[in-house]
Design a protein around this ligand. Sequence first.
Ligand code: 5GP
Ligand code: MG
Length: 175
Amino acid sequence: MNFQPKLHVLFRHDEIEATVKRLAAEIRKDYHDKYPLLIGVLKGSFMFMADLIRLLDFPLEVEFIRLSSYGRDRQSSGRIKVVQNLSSEVRDREVLVIEDIVDTGLTTSFLLNYLRKKKPASLKLCSLTDKPSRRQVPVSIDYLGFAVPDRFLVGYGLDWNQKFRNLPDIYVLED
Ligand code: 5GP
Ligand code: MG
């Protein structure tokens, strides 16, 4: 595969940093005395999670879960599975899910239903980005970074065929 897609910057790292700071302040206000369990959805949320928790100066736990939804290219298959599960108990915990992006909403709503069955004390969602124009099932985002257009994004954890996760800025991948 020698195809080299064109990338156009959408959010520079300093803008992302300011947004992560704002989200951390909102989360701090609600969770500083709750010892929350933050569950990052792999792989896309790893960079966001790492930046976010460095700004949270109170006790919390970090977990990751890996789901499969997208196939190799840009389309959601709609069939979602847990590929790598949690190693902490969710029951009676104050759970905050950390997502990179909510697109059709299929993955996130699957995950929220999956976690709800485990009877957490509370369950909320923080997503760095939201593509509302693509929604197929309703998902409400409690802490949102950026609303984004219906374009394919890469960078800051987001990939295209596993590439570009390492870029510090967020880009639109041109067709
Ligand atoms: P959904 O199930 O909401 O359609 O999307 C779930 C997952 O698809 C997201 O968590 C993300 O991993 C991937 N995804 C959706 N939109 C984009 C995008 O614009 N860029 C990248 N890299 N991944 C996306
Ligand atoms: Mg994701």
